[in-house]
Design a protein around this ligand. Structure first.
Ligand code: MN
Length: 266
């Protein structure tokens, strides 16, 4: 059974990452971007656990903790501080304020959610989706190499969290030229490339089709623009590449890569 976990975080990238990770591990995230909103949601929803960035607007984490512990209906809710603070004494101050535990930023995506398990009732602990997927490349087969051409840190983390548990070797480059050089020095099994954030992705595709060493390579394009899959002008320039629309989701990304590796599409 999933836990309902309230995330209070004012940084949009962190909020997206944390809620994504919670969903990926089977939980139901509730989100707030400041302490006041967080308290309102906590009172209304009575979550199973609260993750709170210490530095949030309106009501900071310390005040949030104080009010949570003062509320008879919420005082037993597990409360975890998520903070970039690294000063000596902060840990003690955080625990003294009423937090049960403390997670330092940047968070470690692979262990972030399972680290919360000891604070949750047994029936609500995480169930990684990855455990339900067989790793690709059965016994003895080398892992498939995926080259990610993308300058969005969130995409990089999401791709890592989604693909590495499935057995893929992920390499990351942030610039088109670097990506081409990497492909020419050792052809990856799949190129995963961001259409918008990396200048020149369309040119990279043209280069791939021109280069005999890279011809026929599986390519999957990531885009933020919904409806692109119906735009014939764009499609002709993508030249048969797969197209997936953000936000990156495990099923879509892993499925598209797997289909292309199996050669079901060209
Ligand atoms: Mn913050």
């Amino acid at each position: 059974m999933p836990a309902r976990i309230l995330v209070i975080e004012d940084n949009p990238a962190n909020l997206e990452l944390v809620t994504y990770l919670l969903r990926a591990f089977g939980h139901t995230p509730l989100a707030a971007t400041d302490g006041r909103e967080g308290m309102a949601i906590a009172r209304q929803e009575r979550p199973d656990l609260v993750l709170c960035d210490v530095h949030v607007p309106e009501m900071d984490g310390y005040e949030f903790a104080r009010r949570l512990r003062a509320d008879p209906r919420l005082r037993k809710t597990p409360l975890v501080a998520v903070t970039g603070l690294a000063m000596v004494g902060d840990r003690e101050r955080i625990l003294a304020a009423g937090f049960n535990a403390y997670v330092a930023k940047p968070i470690v995506p692979e262990t972030f959610v399972t680290d919360l398990d000891p604070l949750l009732p047994e029936g609500l602990r995480s169930s990684p989706e990855s455990a339900a997927h067989a790793a690709l490349g059965s016994a003895g087969e080398p892992a498939h190499r995926v080259l990610l051409l993308d300058d969005s840190p969130v995409d990089v983390v999401l791709a890592r969290v989604i693909l590495e548990p499935l057995g893929y070797l992920l390499e990351v480059v942030t610039e088109a030229q670097e990506g081409l050089e990497r492909m020419r020095s050792g052809r990856p099994d799949v190129l995963l490339a961001d259409l918008e954030a990396v200048s020149g992705t369309v040119d990279v595709l043209a280069e791939i089709r021109r280069d005999p060493r890279l011809a026929g390579m599986a390519v999957v394009i990531i885009t933020s623009k919904e409806g692109l899959e119906n735009d014939p002008a764009i499609l002709s320039r993508l030249d048969g590449a797969g197209l997936i629309v953000r936000p990156l989701e495990q099923r879509t990304l892993a499925g598209e890569i797997e289909r292309r590796l199996r050669g079901k599409v060209n």
